[in-house]
Design a protein around this ligand. Sequence first.
Ligand code: PLP
Ligand code: COI
Length: 340
Amino acid sequence: MKKDIDWQNIGFGYIKTDYRFVSNFKDGTWDNGFLTEDDTVTISECAGVLQYAQTCFEGLKAYTTIDNRVVCFRPDLNAARMATSCQRLEMPVFPEKRFVKAVIDTVKANLDYVPPFGSGASLYIRPYMFGSNPVIGVKPAAEYQFRVFTTPVGSYFKNGAKSIVLRVPDFDRAAPLGTGHVKAGLNYAMSLHAIVDAHNQGFNENLYLDPATRTNVEETGGANIIFVTKDNKIVTPKSNSILPSITRKSLLYVAQHYLNLNVEEKVIPYSEIKNFKECALCGTAAVLSPVGKIVNHGDEVIFPDSSDGMGEITQKLFDTLTGIQLGKITSPEGWIQEIS
Ligand code: PLP
Ligand code: COI
């Protein structure tokens, strides 16, 4: 039986669900892992994650489709990205096939928490890994824990479908040859001061510039960015220091193959964004959130077609992508993982 939750109004927070998956890495191998009702973690006070932030994570969602199946979206790509994160952070890779199975098993164990079709909510899935044994010299841990938990979520930005406002902060998100391209917890830790400061000043999120020259657009703290040109081309930043978003990759495919639109991934100088008519953030949590305005130290850029909700092209992208995720539109081969 579905849980008695006000699905329409849950926002993006943590709601404890019944089961989570846990596997431990010791003596060079991962154990079989298990599902547990225990939502707590007990580790050494000196664990690698607590001292040197050796942790990375993933985020994906499960949906109830129009014909009442439960599915999740491209978990194989999250498995592959987590492998890249682990390699960059000197952590052992959790085998990609096992990652996908752990995601499926965890969602299956929490089916009562998958929001119903039409609620606009989904079940957010959070796989993550951390160094668990004592580490005091600066080196990788020898033991790790991989976990997957789930939590029902609604929209990431409080104002839902309304346009958000970004500001260019006086902080960088990533170093030129740093960890911006992987999903390391440390990228988010260092963004916290910038996000609190942005919120205090009335902005929804920070738009980071490229760390080497601070002249090109990169991404926000938790999502990639896309722009639409006056002739309906989708343009998105090319950079080695942004997270390769699975939502963005999927949107670019949808734009080309479902909507017949041109797409271009390129270096985008900040000075050129005033020429775009629509802007949106994209990501698992953000889905596609319209951006109305970007403020850079008093200089404002307003996107005329997305200043008051999604622009026309963004809306088409949104409808097609979510249509695929919800089983309303035929999916490209391999995008939809059946769960039940
Ligand atoms: N960029 C950052 C910094 C993120 O945290 C996320 C969220 O995962 C994304 C982009 C979007 O990636 P994805 O579409 O794979 O969720
Ligand atoms: C996601 O979209 O899955 C993320 O990890 C972003 C995070 C800011 C919630």
